[in-house]
Ligand binder design. Structure first.
Ligand SMILES: NC(=O)c1ccc[n+]([C@@H]2O[C@H](COP(=O)([O-])OP(=O)(O)OC[C@H]3O[C@@H](n4cnc5c(N)ncnc54)[C@H](O)[C@@H]3O)[C@@H](O)[C@H]2O)c1
Length: 284
């Protein structure tokens, strides 16, 4: 049995995704506990939330005022503060050891009947859950970035995940105003399995002189009706994140997922995309 009366949600990690998940949960009326390892990371998560809420308010896109929404989120560095949560979503670093440690902590402090979800982009749900006493309540809940704006959420079913846990993950996402699709626990799930080779092929096409970067992006935008071409999208996601995801897929699925050489070189040079001011394009 997995608890389906949800009032208080836990979020582990107050970074890009954790702060976004905490924000949409609070905007939907849930009480939220947002936990990170250092007070400064919690603080920075709240700054991201404040910026996002004021942008949404100026577009008249909030049901409650920003102060009310913000007031539903409690920031903490103590794992023990997650003890009373009815469900926890983990959005810490994309490293298996870190996630395993987080889930072991959650199993120790939280009630045994609550759903534990991970926002991993590429790691196996089954591997993350493998050391737990109750792996059947672990599910993938893969939000997209930026969480308050992107409508889609991928639900990933691990080897031991029960139908009940999967159904609750879909229901929660719907309560947060999102639309879901489901993937088996196979490397990259649906989105990154298809997106990462597309991005890498765009980078290779540029590196091999098929067209200018602008024309590669324009070709894909105008020719296939996607909102962003591969080089612009890679800059938005972060080239380090694209490389890390591509390396995980390469390890799991072999050479057709080999990261593009130019992607590695850009990351080595510290040009990570929009967040550092330079990737394939330059940003203010
Ligand atoms: N950024 C994206 O576009 C994106 C999209 C979908 C999914 N994801 C996934 O979401 C997760 C988080 O990514 P992000 O971009 O928010 O990363 P991020 O680096 O912005 O934030 C991660 C946060 O987790 C914290 N953290 C590290 N160890 C922790 C622990 N033991 N307990 C609590 N907090 C801890 C870090 O201090 C940091 O603040 C990753 O698994 C990533 O693959 C990211």
């Amino acid at each position: 049995m997995v608890r389906d009366q949800l009032e208080r949600l836990g979020v582990v990690g107050a970074g890009t995704m954790g702060s976004g998940i905490a924000q949409v949960a609070a905007a939907a009326g849930y009480d939220v506990v947002m936990r990170d390892i250092e007070a400064e990371f919690v603080e920075s998560g709240f700054e991201t939330i404040d910026d996002s809420l004021s942008r949404l308010e100026s577009r008249d896109a909030l049901e409650d005022d920003p102060e009310t929404i913000r007031g539903r989120i409690e920031g903490t560095t103590a794992v023990g503060d997650l003890a009373d949560c009815d469900l926890v979503v983990e959005a810490a670093l994309e490293e298996l050891d870190v996630k395993r440690e987080v889930f072991a902590d959650l199993e120790r402090v939280c009630d045994a009947d609550i759903l534990l979800a991970t926002n991993t982009s590429t790691l196996s749900i089954t591997s993350i859950a493998s050391a737990l006493e109750h792996p059947e309540r672990v599910v993938g809940l893969h939000f997209m970035n930026p969480v308050p704006v992107m409508e889609g959420v991928e639900v990933i079913v691990g080897e031991k995940t029960t139908d009940e846990a999967t159904a609750l993950a879909h229901d929660l996402a719907a309560e947060l105003g999102k639309t879901t699709w489901e993937s088996d626990d196979k490397p990259g799930f649906v989105t990154n399995r298809i997106l990462m080779p597309w991005i890498n092929e765009g980078i290779r096409a540029y590196d091999e002189g098929v067209a200018t970067k602008e024309d590669i992006d324009a070709g894909m935008e105008l020719g296939t009706n996607v909102p962003m071409g591969p080089l612009t999208l890679a800059d938005h996601i972060g080239l380090d994140i694209c490389l890390h995801a591509s390396e995980t897929l390469h390890e799991e699925l072999g050479d057709r997922y080999k990261p593009a050489y130019l992607l590695k070189r850009k990351v080595e040079a510290g040009d990570l995309g929009k967040k550092t001011g330079e990737g394939f394009y330059e940003y203010e």
